[in-house]
Design a protein around this ligand. Structure first.
Ligand code: NAP
Length: 411
C-alpha cells in the first residue's frame, strides 16, 4: 500500500511505495512534467526492479487550479505538501507589475521553505566556458526575506505617502532622497532567518563533500541588511556545531598556508558584483554560494548559463524537512504545449528529490542517462542551438518527449 513520508527522530522515513504530490505547472508544465514523470518512473523501476515505486498525486495550482476551483493556490495543495513532506512542481505564471502575487514565492513562504538549493553541474551541454567541467556549484538562495517579502506600496497611493511621510517627519530622511511620489519597498533581513539558512548550507557542504562556502552580499552599500547577512553568516561558523571545522580566509593563509585541511570547510565572502565576474574568471574556486533572496535569483541564472542555459538548471526549496523541488526556469509561454522545450531542469530536480529521499541509485541512473544522451549530441532545440554555435554539426534535435525517451534508453 502506498504511504506517506514521515519524519522520525529528525530523519525522513520513506516507504518503498511512496505518495509524491506534484503540480503540473503553467505554460510548458504540460510538456516537461509528463516527461519528468516518465523518466523518474523508469529510473526507479530500473534501480529497484519493482521493490520501490512512486505513486504520483496531482495537486492543483496556477491556471489549472483557477479553472477547476476559482482559486490559483487552493489550501488543499499547500496542505498536501505539508502532509506528504516531499513534492515537486512545474513552473507557475506571475504577472509583472500587478495582479496576483507570485504563487511560487507564496508556496515558499507559506511552507517556510527557507533555502532554495540550486546545483549547477556540467553534464555535457553546450557552454560559453572553455572548460565547463570546472563548474560544480550549489547556489543557496534565502527564500523568505529580502525585497521578496512583498512589503511594498505603489507610487501615489495613500500607503506609500504615509510611509514616506513617516520617513521624512520621524526618521529624518530628506525629501530629496525619498521623493513624495516614489513607490516604496522594504528589504527585511533578520539574524535568525539568515542563520538557519547559512547553517543549512554549511551542513550541506559537510554532508556532500564540499570544502568551500562563500557568502555573496552587497554589504558595502546595504550595510544593515546585506552587510549584516555576511556578519551573521560568520557568526554561524563559530557555533558549537561548526567550531574548529569551519575556517575563514585569514586562518587559511595564517595557519594553513592556503591549503584547506582535510575535514574542514572554508567560509569566505564576496561582494555581489565581484562574485558575478569571479564565477567566470575563477570558476573552479567556488562551490557553495550562499545568498540573500535577490542576489540568489540573479546568480542562479548566471550559473545556469554556464552549463547550458535554463533548460539545464534544477532546484529545490527546502525547510526544516518539507521540500518542494522545481526547475529554476519559468513557464516559457511562447513554447507551451509544443513538445519542444528541454525537460532536463525538472528531471534533474526530480533526481535531487530522489537523493533527498535516499533513493540514490535511481538519481544516479537519471544523471547517467542525461550525460550519455548529451554525449551523443542529441537534445532539445536549446541544446542543439548551443552545439551548432560551438561548430558541432552532427547534433540531432529531439522533441521534449523524444529526449525523455532517449534518457530512458541511455540509463
Ligand atoms: P522563463 O519562463 O524562464 O523563460 C525565459 C527563456 O529561458 C525562454 O524563452 C527560453 O529561452 C529559456 N527557457 C526556459 N525554460 C526552458 C526550457 N525548459 N528549455 C529550454 N529553454 C528554456 O522566463 P520568463 O519568460 O521571464 O518568465 C515566464 C513566466 O514564468 C513569468 O510569469 C514568470 O513570473 C514565471 N516564472 C516562474 C518561475 C517558477 O515557477 N519558479 C520561475 C521564473 C519565472 P529562449 O527563448 O532563448 O529559447
Amino acid at each position: 500500500m502506498a504511504d506517506k513520508i514521515r519524519v522520525e527522530e529528525g530523519r525522513l522515513v520513506v516507504p518503498d511505495e511512496v505518495v509524491i504530490p506534484y503540480i503540473e505547472g503553467d505554460g510548458i508544465g504540460v510538456d516537461i512534467t509528463p516527461a519528468m514523470i516518465r523518466v523518474v518512473d523508469a529510473a526507479v523501476e530500473k534501480a529497484y526492479g519493482g521493490r520501490r515505486k512512486i505513486v504520483w498525486k496531482e495537486v492543483l495550482a496556477g491556471e489549472k487550479a483557477y479553472r477547476a476551483t476559482g482559486e490559483y493556490l487552493p489550501e488543499e495543495t499547500l496542505q498536501a505538501f505539508r502532509e506528504y513532506i516531499v513534492g515537486i512542481k512545474g513552473p507557475l505564471t506571475t504577472p509583472v507589475g500587478g495582479g496576483i502575487r507570485s504563487l511560487n514565492v507564496t508556496i515558499r513562504q507559506v511552507l517556510d521553505l527557507y533555502s532554495c538549493v540550486r546545483p549547477v553541474k556540467w553534464l555535457g551541454s553546450p557552454s560559453p566556458l572553455k572548460d565547463p567541467s570546472k563548474v560544480n556549484l550549489v547556489v543557496f538562495r534565502e527564500n523568505t526575506e529580502d525585497v521578496y517579502a512583498g512589503v511594498e506600496w505603489p507610487s501615489g497611493t495613500e500607503e506609500a505617502r504615509r510611509v514616506i511621510r513617516f520617513l521624512h517627519e520621524e526618521m529624518g530622511i530628506s525629501p530629496s532622497v525619498v521623493l513624495p511620489s516614489a513607490g516604496v519597498g522594504i528589504k527585511p533581513i533578520s539574524p535568525e532567518r539568515t542563520k538557519r539558512h547559512v547553517r543549512k548550507a554549511l551542513r550541506w557542504a559537510f554532508e556532500h563533500g564540499y570544502n568551500r562556502v562563500t557568502l555573496m552580499h552587497k554589504g558595502n552599500i546595504m550595510k544593515f541588511t546585506e552587510g549584516a547577512f555576511r556578519n551573521w553568516g560568520y557568526e554561524v561558523a563559530k557555533e558549537e556545531e561548526f567550531a574548529g571545522r569551519v575556517i575563514t580566509e585569514d586562518e587559511l593563509w595564517e595557519k594553513y598556508n592556503g591549503e584547506i585541511p582535510e575535514g574542514k570547510v572554508l567560509l569566505n565572502d564576496r561582494i555581489a558584483d565581484n562574485m558575478f565576474q569571479q564565477l567566470l574568471t575563477r570558476t573552479g574556486e567556488y562551490q557553495i554560494i550562499v545568498t540573500p533572496n535577490l542576489n540568489g535569483d540573479y546568480i542562479s541564472d548566471e550559473g545556469a548559463a554556464l552549463v547550458g542555459g535554463l533548460g539545464m538548471a534544477p532546484g529545490a526549496n527546502i525547510g526544516d524537512y518539507i521540500a518542494v523541488f522545481e526547475a529554476t526556469h519559468g513557464t516559457a509561454p511562447k513554447y507551451a504545449g509544443q513538445d519542444k522545450v528541454n525537460p532536463s531542469s525538472l528531471i534533474l530536480s526530480a533526481a535531487m528529490m530522489l537523493q533527498y529521499m535516499g533513493w540514490k541509485e535511481a538519481a544516479t541512473l537519471i544523471e547517467e542517462g542525461i550525460r550519455k544522451t548529451l554525449a551523443q549530441h542529441r537534445g532539445t532545440y536549446d541544446l542543439v542551438r548551443g552545439w551548432k554555435a560551438e561548430g558541432i554539426t552532427d547534433a540531432e534535435e529531439l522533441r521534449c518527449s523524444e529526449y525523455a525517451q532517449a534518457i530512458i534508453d541511455n540509463m
